[in-house]
Write a protein that binds this ligand. Structure first.
Ligand code: HEM
Length: 130
C-alpha cells in the first residue's frame, strides 16, 4: 500500500519504516507502542501538527533530533498518514484492541492548542513510554 503523504516522511523514517538507528526512530512497532499508551492517540496527532524536540529512547537507542511540524497538511491528510503508519509493516497486528482509524475531525479538534515542539515533548513524558 502507498501513501502520497508518507513520501514526506520516508526521507527520514525510510520507506520500510525502519528509520536510521540513533538518528530517525523506526515507526515499525513504535507507532503501536505510542497508541497503546494512555493519551497516545492525542499525542501522535499533536506530534504531526506541532513536531517534537527532546531526547527520546526507543529500543535502547537514543534520538535527540527534531521531528518537524506537519501542520501545513490538511486535516484529512494527517489522518491518512497516521492511518498509514498505524497499519503498515505489520503494525496493524500490534494495535491495541478496538483501534479506530484516525479522522479529520479529531485532527481539527487539536489544531487550536497551538503547541510548541518543546510542549509536545512535555506531553510525551506523560505517556511514560519505555
Ligand atoms: C519522531 C512520524 C516526518 C524526523 C517521530 C515519531 C513518529 C514520527 C511517530 C515518534 C515520536 C515519539 O516517539 O514520540 C513521522 C511522520 C512523518 C515524519 C508520520 C511524515 C508526515 C519526519 C521527517 C523527519 C523526521 C521528514 C526528518 C526531517 C524525526 C525525528 C524524530 C521523529 C528526528 C525523533 C524526535 C526526537 O528525537 O525528539 N516521527 N515523522 N520525521 N521524527 Fe518523524
Amino acid at each position: 500500500q502507498t501513501s502520497a503523504v508518507y513520501n514526506q516522511c520516508a526521507g527520514c523514517h525510510q520507506s520500510n519504516g525502519m528509520g536510521v538507528p540513533g538518528v530517525f526512530p523506526p515507526l515499525v512497532g513504535h507507532v503501536p507502542q505510542i497508541l497503546e499508551a494512555k493519551g497516545g492517540r492525542d499525542y501522535i496527532i499533536q506530534l504531526l501538527l506541532y513536531g517534537v524536540q527532546g531526547e527520546i529512547t526507543y529500543k535502547g537507542q537514543k534520538y535527540n533530533g527534531v521531528m518537524p511540524a506537519f501542520g501545513q497538511l490538511k486535516d484529512d491528510q494527517i489522518a491518512e498518514v497516521l492511518n498509514h503508519i498505524a497499519t503498515q509493516w505489520g503494525n496493524d497486528k500490534l494495535l491495541p484492541a478496538g483501534f479506530k482509524p484516525f479522522t479529520a475531525e479529531e485532527v481539527k479538534a487539536l489544531r487550536d492548542k497551538k503547541l510548541t515542539a518543546a510542549q509536545v515533548y512535555e506531553l510525551r513524558k506523560t505517556l511514560n513510554l519505555k
